[in-house]
Design a protein around this ligand. Structure first.
Ligand SMILES: Cc1cc2nc3c(=O)[nH]c(=O)nc-3n(C[C@H](O)[C@H](O)[C@H](O)COP(=O)(O)OP(=O)(O)OC[C@H]3O[C@@H](n4cnc5c(N)ncnc54)[C@H](O)[C@@H]3O)c2cc1C
Length: 390
């Protein structure tokens, strides 16, 4: 016998849990079941994220998602407190700094103007201004910086647990199981089969399986332009304690670093990294590529002490690096996809989860209009590419 559930969410990471929370707080949602195969979240992108949040995007929709989500994170206790206890997510607004060399300076200046037009508190800084504001940072080779003073980072695991805890407190159920098959009849998913043998008859299915979302979509023949791609992060200590006031820095070559506890975390995407479920940590890459770049930008990093590295997955949208949100238009009506975040999902989770709930409960977006981010855009030629993706 299939169990009837109003909304079945596949994947209980930050997206699935934000969607579950935004649904559960509305009486119209009915029963909500989140199927998560690994409640330790050992390989979930959320738990392996760097936690950055910034408003400096090149697509207006992404800026609006950040603005709405930052407002939510700043007031998280008003939304996600359980039994009067507000979650601690470690939101740290030390700022977010993009750097450009001469050839990228005009583009960075144009981005700043675009973002300011959309209400983002971001300012362009000359090398002299950068050196004055961020002692310890070398401006060698740098022509311009763009500093978002409201932005920063938070603790991803705490964010996930905060959404999950509140969703459950409001009545959403979580089950440890794996979705192995979807049965489609006409324009509906009729049944969802779990590894345990349980069968669910869903009202609506939300595919929030992150880097595994393309596999889930493929179960009903939907081809998403999303691939799993490894991204590594490394934690190190440095003797210079004054550096802890630095913002999150995205260097001109894609190197990123930010303070973390008594040290820093850093990373840089490998050019041409092949898609795949690769969780191996390449310490040679840190030694030969990342460390020299770190020491060039912050000379005190020449004597850093590496602690550990880890690898997680981006759900990379190969077409335009933007998320994909909504049903499979014209094909399957009760299957909502929410994936393709290409490295900026954690920061957008509050506004995206709210948008998922709107689609299901109202049949349309009622706050932010995210209709440009639907799957049907690929048939129309996709969106302008989001350029600020590391
Ligand atoms: C190294 C790194 C750094 C990052 N830095 C940032 C950053 O600074 N800022 C930012 O905003 N974002 C960042 N991201 C991206 C961000 O982490 C993701 O966009 C976001 O966490 C995606 O959340 P999700 O819930 O969609 O995916 P996930 O957290 O991966 O959750 C998906 C869940 O689905 C489950 N699942 C999969 N298949 C099945 C199945 N068949 N049945 C049941 N369950 C299933 C998985 O177990 C998983 O828990 C980073 C990512 C990485 C890897």
């Amino acid at each position: 016998m299939a169990e009837a559930v109003d909304v079945l969410v596949i994947g209980g990471g930050v997206m699935g849990s934000s969607a579950a929370y935004h649904l559960a707080r509305d009486d119209r949602a009915g029963s909500i079941l989140v199927v998560e195969r690994d409640p330790t979240y050992a390989r979930s992108s959320t738990a392996l994220s760097a936690g950055g949040i910034r408003q400096q995007f090149t697509l207006a929709e992404n800026i609006r998602l950040s603005q709405a989500s930052l407002a939510f994170y700043r007031t998280i206790g008003e939304h996600l407190a359980v039994d009067g206890e507000a979650p601690a997510i470690g939101l740290n607004a030390q700022g977010y700094l993009f750097l450009a060399e001469a050839q990228g300076a005009a583009k960075l200046a144009a981005n700043v103007a675009f973002q300011q037009h959309h209400g983002v508190p971001v300012e362009a800084l000359s090398p002299a201004a950068l050196a004055a504001r961020f002692p310890g940072l070398s401006t060698t080779g740098i022509a311009l910086g763009a500093f978002g003073r409201e932005d920063g980072w938070m603790d991803p695991y705490s964010v996930l647990q905060a959404f999950r805890r509140k969703a459950r407190a409001l009545g959403a159920r979580y089950t440890q199981d794996q979705v192995v098959a979807l049965e489609r009849q006409g324009r509906r998913v009729q049944a969802v089969r779990l590894a345990s043998g349980q069968v669910i008859a869903p009202g609506t299915v939300v595919n929030a399986a992150g880097a595994w979302a393309p596999e889930i979509a493929q179960l009903i023949g939907m081809a998403l332009p999303v691939v799993p791609v490894r991204r590594m992060a490394f934690h190190f200590l440095t003797a210079d304690r004054t550096l802890g006031a630095l913002p999150l820095v995205i260097d001109a070559d894609g190197l990123w670093f930010r303070p973390e506890g008594a040290g820093f975390i850093a990373g840089k995407a490998i050019a041409g990294e092949p898609p795949g479920y690769n969780f191996a940590v390449d310490y040679d890459y840190f030694e030969t590529t990342i460390w020299p770049l770190l020491a060039r930008r912050v000379p005190a990093f020449a004597t850093l002490r590496l602690q550990r590295g880890w690898a997680g997955l981006y759900d990379l949208n190969t077409r335009d690096a933007n998320m994909i949100l909504g049903p499979w238009d014209g094909e399957v009506d009760n299957f909502i996809v929410v994936c393709g975040f290409s490295g900026h999902g954690l920061q957008h989770a509050p506004a995206v989860g709210r948008a998922v709930a709107e689609l299901i409960l109202d049949g349309r977006f009622t706050t932010l209009d995210l209709s440009a981010l639907g799957f049907s855009r690929f048939a129309r030629g996709a969106l302008p590419r989001e350029e600020n993706v590391a």
